[in-house]
Write a protein that binds this ligand. Structure first.
Ligand code: PLP
Length: 450
């Protein structure tokens, strides 16, 4: 008889709700439905994986944020950060709630126009604005937030050539106590560069200085940093008033509020540590109303919040492809959602919730996406129930950045559906097909032999 092959033994800790020295185990949360819609039904109708967006959560979150600011300050205006999620249907919901548009490229600028936003309600940020972009923005009376001196000089040239006044602000970077400090965008406050830029704008014939802008970073866990930033911009506004007798119309404190996601390596869940809209609003508005700005000259407070307004409204749902043991015996589960569709899994510990009843047994598991690359890991280590092939799951809180930073790699992007407040499910972006790619490719004649 042939000698049996050696098989490495695997020892599993059974983890089934029995109290251990850390107390009672937390039960695995399951999520069979999103609002009134069965996850399995959605997958049957729209494919797997599929992104799901809740219109109700977008509207509720926006109202909560607006309320936090408008109860503390007389003039508040949100502008939707297009790059966070620029699906037209999503943008339209924000515009319908009263948001303007905040864009960082010519592509986004034109998207905002085609979504029906008037040019005078578009804030144009970012380091990359072509001369054509600037010209269009000047002609449309958009708010142009100047990023660097080269842009300032281009804009002086363009506005003089057009003989038209451009409405401008500068982006200011500063030490607000957030490190590493984002000093690559805009003009620095502490070294006097911002003040220099303001003086040049005030002295140029066709530039009208209307605002001051900063965006101190993203996922800012310290609400007080916004107070520091607001105080520094208020100081610039006071100096402009004093020297030029010119009133700044708005102060724009950018985006960057944390969402309730948990950062990798964080000790506590994000939903317990993330400041509320009230915390951020309190910090900013305290700084503005307590500044030296005269009460009748208080600027409008602009906000460009992205992440914190949309993260909770997005889900991706999908299917388990397989389970396997790694060489060291560790359990791994392969799902049909990879980092191509869930870019944020590089920095968040996303929850992965089963969409059907599971046993209470869990095992320390690595969850992989379906891509043929080693970095395709959705969760490196998670106490996870034993899902089987073809089981479904929900990954909640993925509305920010995933539908703009996604990668097209070895597979096609799936459907995106909106759970409407009308009770219906709407496809708001159709899944890509081979045609999507074929249409963009061109074959040189000498290779086009059948
Ligand atoms: C990305 C960005 C935002 C939105 O940031 P969030 O962190 O998503 O709130 C706002 N303003 C500017 C200038 C940005 O670049």
């Amino acid at each position: 008889m042939e000698k049996l092959k050696y098989e490495r033994p695997i020892i599993n800790k059974i983890n089934a709700g029995v109290p251990d020295k850390f107390g009672m185990k937390v039960r695995t949360q399951i999520m069979p439905k999103i609002e009134n819609h069965s996850v399995k039904e959605l997958i049957k109708n729209y494919g797997s994986p599929v992104y799901v967006i809740s219109e109700k959560i977008i509207r509720d979150t926006y109202k909560e944020a607006y309320q936090a600011f408008s109860t503390r300050y007389p003039k508040v205006q949100f502008a939707w950060s297009y790059k966070t999620n620029y699906l037209d249907a999503v943008c339209k919901i924000f515009h319908d709630e009263g948001s303007w548009a905040e864009v960082v490229s010519g592509f986004e600028y034109n998207k905002a126009l085609s979504n029906g936003v008037s040019g005078s309600k578009i804030i144009f940020n970012g380091p990359d604005k072509s001369d054509d972009d600037l010209e269009q923005a000047v002609l449309n009376n958009s708010f142009i937030h100047i990023d660097h001196f080269d842009e300032l000089y281009s804009l002086i040239k363009i506005s003089n050539r057009l003989k038209k006044t451009a409405k401008v602000a500068i982006r200011v970077n500063m030490d607000a106590g957030i490190y590493p400090q984002w000093d690559r965008f805009g003009f620095n406050y502490e070294n006097g560069e911002a003040w220099n830029a303001l003086n040049r704008i005030m002295l140029s014939e066709n530039l009208e200085l209307v605002g001051l802008h900063t965006h101190i970073g993203t996922y800012i866990m310290t609400a007080s940093a916004y107070g520091v930033a607001a105080a520094k911009l208020a100081d610039l506004a006071v100096r402009v008033q004093k020297k030029f007798n010119h009133t700044i119309k708005y102060i724009d404190l950018g985006g960057g509020f944390a969402s309730k996601n948990t950062l990798k390596g964080a000790y506590l869940p994000g939903k317990d540590t993330c400041p509320s809209f009230d915390d951020y609003a309190e910090s900013m508005t305290n700084a503005l109303i307590n500044s030296e700005i005269e009460p009748d000259k208080l600027p409008t407070l602009f906000l460009e919040t992205g992440r914190a307004l949309i993260d909770d409204a997005g889900y991706i749902i999908g299917t388990v492809l397989a389970n396997k043991r790694l060489a060291n015996g560790r359990r791994s589960t392969i799902i049909d959602v990879g980092v191509n569709l869930l870019f944020t899994s590089f920095w968040y510990e996303h929850d992965v919730l089963p969409a059907q009843e599971t046993s209470q047994q869990t095992e320390d598991t690595t969850i992989y996406g379906p891509l043929c690359m080693n970095i395709d890991v959705i969760r490196a280590a998670i106490q996870f129930p034993l899902l089987q092939k073809d089981d479904n799951f929900v990954i909640p809180r993925i509305g920010a950045y995933n539908m703009t930073q996604w990668m097209q790699f070895i597979t096609l992007r799936p459907n995106i559906i909106l759970l409407g407040v009308d009770g219906n499910v709407h496809v708001i972006r159709e899944k890509e097909t081979s045609e999507t790619f074929k249409n963009a490719e061109k074959m040189p004649k000498h290779l086009d032999k059948k």
